[in-house]
Design a protein around this ligand. Structure first.
Ligand code: KIV
Length: 272
């Protein structure tokens, strides 16, 4: 699927689903679940690498994880979800040439088809225009932009009318610069609906209410694997608790079996 296909989905009123993945196990589950797009988000810094923010993850690490994500798919290439990879902090803030080299490397050395980057400052808009001209499709990201954590924190954004007007204007600028979609994170509900009506490109919400063209979620949050659940993302199952409980049973059973090897237990492994 080409990134521009998402614009067609919007035109025909088909909703868009995006889930993150960080390795081959998570991408195989997301593919099996039927998501349209797999986002290798820089949230993997926190989900998979144990960092406190998304800032430390490097381009090399993003590429390494994107390659693993692409290897996890089981369907033929044409039927696989579209892969979008986040450009990490400092890979596009230091000038257009560096940004083209970084985004180009991700697309050259993996089967990702597009990149995502945050913000709509004039420098970022120039980078987006250049990437799009060079054949690299770009997804934008507004509202809570985690790479700006030291300016914005992790709070809900655009709470007052003037910052809402600013955000709407930024989304317009991203469309003009050539983005094929925009992620809108942790903002009051009405903004998604307003942008959805006004813009031709899809608005993909996370903590932005239901009135969007599609939704994106961090898969580890959705299946309850993370210890810090964002307030706007509900866990569908308590994945961490379920796994810990199962592993605990196994550990306890090993202690039991070591003392008495003939004990029959519920976790008995087959004789082979
Ligand atoms: O990095 C990420 O996972 C993201 C999503 C929160 C949209 O950018």
């Amino acid at each position: 699927m080409l990134p521009a296909e998402l614009i067609r989905f919007k035109q025909i009123g088909r909703s868009i689903t995006i889930l993150t993945a960080w390795d081959s196990l998570s991408s195989s589950m997301v593919e099996a679940a039927g998501a349209d797009v797999v986002l290798v988000g820089d949230s993997l810094a926190m989900v998979a690498l144990g960092h406190q923010t998304t800032l430390p993850v490097t381009l090399e690490q993003m590429l390494h994880h994107t390659q693993a994500v692409c290897r996890g798919f089981t369907r033929p290439l044409k039927e696989q979800p579209l892969v979008v990879c986040d450009l990490p902090f400092l890979s596009y803030q230091c000038g257009e040439d560096k940004a083209v080299a970084a985004a180009g490397k991700l697309l050259k050395d993996s089967s990702a088809s597009a990149v995502k980057l945050e913000g709509a400052e004039p420098e970022v808009l120039s980078v987006i225009e250049r990437l799009v001209r060079m054949g690299i499709p770009v997804m934008g990201h507004l509202g809570l932009t985690p790479q700006a954590v030291h300016n914005l924190g992790y709070q809900r954004q655009a709470k007052d009318p003037s910052s809402q007007e600013k955000l709407v204007n930024e989304a317009r600028q991203l469309q003009i610069a050539g983005c094929f979609a925009v992620v809108l994170e942790h903002v009051p509900e009405g903004i998604g609906g307003r942008l959805r009506k006004e813009l031709k490109i899809p608005i993909i919400g996370i903590g932005a209410g239901n009135d969007c063209d599609g939704q994106v979620r961090v898969t580890a949050d959705l299946i309850g694997l993370t210890t810090k659940q964002p307030p706007f993302s509900k866990a569908l199952i308590q994945g961490r608790q379920l796994c810990v409980k199962a592993l605990q049973s196994w550990v306890e059973e090993q202690h039991l079996l070591a003392k008495n090897p003939t004990t029959k237990t519920s976790l008995q492994e087959p004789d082979c």
